[in-house]
Design a protein around this ligand. Sequence first.
Ligand SMILES: [Mn+2]
Length: 268
Amino acid sequence: MGAVLSSLLIAVPQNPCKIAKYKDMPPPKCVHMTLGEEDLRNKTIIIVGDVHGCLEELQELIRLTEVKYDDKCLYIFVGDIINKGPKNVETLHFIQKLGAYVVRGNHEERVIKEWNDLKSGRLPTFTMNYSWMEELSESDMNYIMAFPYTITIPSRSITVVHAGLSAWKNINSQKPKHMVTMRNIVGIDNIDPLESEETDRGVPWASVWPGPQHVYFGHDAKRRLQVYPYATGLDTGCVYGGSLSAVNASLPGTVIVSVPARCNYKEY
Ligand SMILES: [Mn+2]
């Protein structure tokens, strides 16, 4: 079963723009991005966990990986690069300058929703938690809105998604809401198992992911680093006073580079 599902996932997505909308969320132009060897340019693939505006820790993490891998890194972020943390706009610009790839997280979706609500007059101004958005430009928003839900590198058998994937659906049938929010699978032995944001029922989706496609993801700070045979969870809770982590996806195993949070920016 695993091999069949994975071959479906590796296949180049069909009609990637025909995707069900999540509430009034506009989908990115490219929903499922595929990178080839020509995009990798012989660089070391570094996948970075949820940054949430923790700029100083991110800069330190990038310095460490550049030293370790001779300035030849290609960065892919698992999403939630912004919101909650101390330096959201600066983090966004820093990641953009890195030439990194980013997948869309639930916090990018919240920012898109807040922006659209404001533009359409549904909000008088940015609500308190989003006051930092006043510094965002139209071009910053276009950058954020273009982040795909998944990035797949078929030649390395790697997929990056913010929250998770359902093993029983091919990539074009994955629901946007689940890709940015799921943590658990409830009723895995049922005919119709359910994706869930909650962690108190069911099992971590990554623990039952069949591979051989290796999925890197974030979004699950409570569980911190998760290492499964075919899935690696990289949200080590930097914004909650944990650490910011990255993995070298060009090497077998789980080679992690990690930077401790400078303070506890937010209560979990
Ligand atoms: Mn998240």
